[in-house]
Design a protein around this ligand. Structure first.
Ligand SMILES: Cc1cc2nc3c(=O)[nH]c(=O)nc-3n(C[C@H](O)[C@H](O)[C@H](O)COP(=O)(O)OP(=O)(O)OC[C@H]3O[C@@H](n4cnc5c(N)ncnc54)[C@H](O)[C@@H]3O)c2cc1C
Length: 476
């Protein structure tokens, strides 16, 4: 008896091997596609990568994920990493401002307090500003709040006053998103917050309810060994499933004919064909590639995201070990208010104080600090582009000021600078509507989709959830 010929598996290509591209590739591979991942650089993972400093393998980019949903934990469990999910050690972060350093109030979202009159809130903004913020609890919620678009800054200023915005929200938001809260779409950076304000009749109650509803007690989680293990696990699974994983493969053009899509890589004579294509690059690159298929898509080209330079210092300074309760002199790290005159960095993460697994790996007295540079529209932004040696010297001085401990070059066991150009896209006001418009226009092209932080919003929780939702739809 003749065996019927098996239909060839349909081919899919993913452009960009960052986390969104790797997740899209996994969804497509699971759905039965033969998958090729085309990554321009010499490593997979994009912003979720590893580097080695003083013999320690550390996260070179993302080091945690938001726990407001179970999106990341669910994925980690599927990849067999669920047992390695960890949460930061007890001590929270601090705020460093012109007025001094104080613990960041604990029960907030993006710095917005869940209880404006809490002691730790009043310690930062003072009694008068706390009373103004508490007026939010009694103010009616107007219809305009539920409709149209709104920036994070607008919402906070309206409900709680400018001091909460300037002294609590701006330092957190510029640390996480490298953006001014007045430019950020509240629905993109704090999904569900506006609806919760309407439901609970106050911003503070909305924040408190969202925090209480978060699946884990901590606002963020991580992975023992570093978030870079997520990249390694996705790459390993894709290899197991027979995906072709190409590095140094910069896609320069997407062509289309009756049989599907042809992707040109670097030189025009190298090409990959596929019936399904997922574009998982940054926004400007994605739009430039797609606008060749439909020039109208060019209208959706976003501004390049903010650049950020990270300086990692590994120090031999037992003074940073901190108290028995865990945590160094400034807990898990310090967010810097733009008005702080003495510090150029926008944030410092005390990684060995934040993550128990890393403290164990580094050993007593050895500390890992990570400082980030690259503020918006400020003189302080220029340092991010300085040479490595200048950044290192600035980072050492900033770390000393932020931690209140003298630090000298002889304390440094190793250091590294990692630069991300345009890696933090801004979800500006109207983001949701623009994404919907862009994706509706893309729907005209069968088998073509786009994912990534420029569409989902920055952060692993957003990227993982959106990429999985999109690529599942596109393979159904
Ligand atoms: C320094 C830093 C720290 C962060 N920390 C956190 C954190 O702690 N927690 C958190 O949740 N989020 C964090 N984020 C944000 C989070 O890492 C990102 O939102 C997420 O990783 C973005 O994934 P992506 O796949 O959309 O984009 P990317 O990681 O930017 O990947 C895009 C990929 O596309 C490739 N590419 C571009 N053009 C082409 C082309 N023409 N052809 C082929 N390939 C191409 C790029 O080389 C890159 O690998 C951080 C980001 C940065 C920069």
């Amino acid at each position: 008896m003749k065996t019927p010929a098996r239909a060839p598996r349909p081919a899919a290509a993913v452009i960009g091997g960052g986390i969104s591209g790797l997740i899209a590739a996994r969804e497509l591979a699971v759905a039965g596609f033969t998958v090729t991942v085309l990554e321009a650089s010499d490593a997979f993972g994009g912003c979720v990568a590893a580097h080695e400093v003083a013999g320690l393998t550390l996260d070179a980019g993302a080091e945690s994920f938001a726990t407001r949903t179970t999106a990341v934990v669910d994925l980690l469990e599927e990849l067999g990493l669920g047992g390695d999910v960890v949460y930061p050690a007890g001590a929270g972060a601090w705020l460093h401002a012109a007025a001094g350093a104080r613990p960041l109030p604990q029960t907030g979202i993006l710095g917005i307090p869940g209880d404006p009159m809490a002691d730790d809130v009043r310690a930062v903004i003072g009694q008068t500003a706390a009373l103004r913020a508490a007026a939010d609890l009694a103010m009616p919620v107007g219809r305009s709040l539920a409709e149209g678009t709104m920036s994070l800054g607008e919402l906070v200023r309206h409900r709680m006053g400018h001091t909460v915005l300037d002294e609590l929200v701006t330092p957190v938001v510029s640390g996480v998103h490298s953006a001014d809260p007045d430019t950020l779409d509240v629905d993109a950076v704090a999904p569900g917050l506006r609806a919760a304000v309407v439901e609970h009749g106050s911003l503070a109650r909305a924040v408190a309810s969202l925090r209480a509803a978060a699946p884990a007690g901590s606002a963020v989680g991580g992975l023992a060994g570093g978030m870079n293990r997520l990249t390694a696990a996705l790459v390993a699974e894709l290899a197991d499933r027979g995906a072709e994983l190409k590095l140094g493969a910069r896609v320069t053009r997407i062509g289309r004919d009756d049989d599907g899509y042809t992707l040109s890589i670097g030189e025009p004579d190298e090409a990959v064909t596929a019936n399904r294509v997922v574009v998982a690059t940054d926004g400007p690159v994605a739009v430039d590639l797609l606008a060749r298929l439909d020039p109208d898509l060019a209208a959706y080209r976003p501004e390049p995201g903010a650049g950020v330079s990270l300086v990692t210092l590994v120090l031999d300074r037992p003074e940073l070990d901190g108290e028995e309760s865990g945590g160094g002199p400034r807990g898990s790290g310090v967010l810097v208010s733009p008005d702080a005159p003495d510090v150029v960095a926008k944030a410092l993460t005390h990684a060995t104080s934040k993550w128990g697994w890393l403290a164990d790996e580094a050993g007593p007295g050895t500390h890992v600090l990570r400082l980030s540079y690259g503020r918006l529209s400020e003189a302080k932004a220029a340092i991010a582009d300085a040479e490595d040696a200048a950044l290192f010297a600035t980072a050492l001085a900033d770390a000393a000021a932020l931690l209140g401990v003298d630090l000298a070059e002889q304390d440094v066991l190793g250091w590294d600078v990692v630069r991300y150009a345009g890696a933090l896209p801004y979800a500006t006001t109207g983001h949701k509507q623009r994404v919907a418009g862009f994706r509706a226009a893309l729907d005209a092209f069968e088998g073509l989709d786009a994912v990534g932080a420029w569409l989902s919003g920055t952060g692993l929780a957003a990227v993982v959830a959106d990429t999985r939702a999109r690529t599942r739809i596109s393979v159904s």
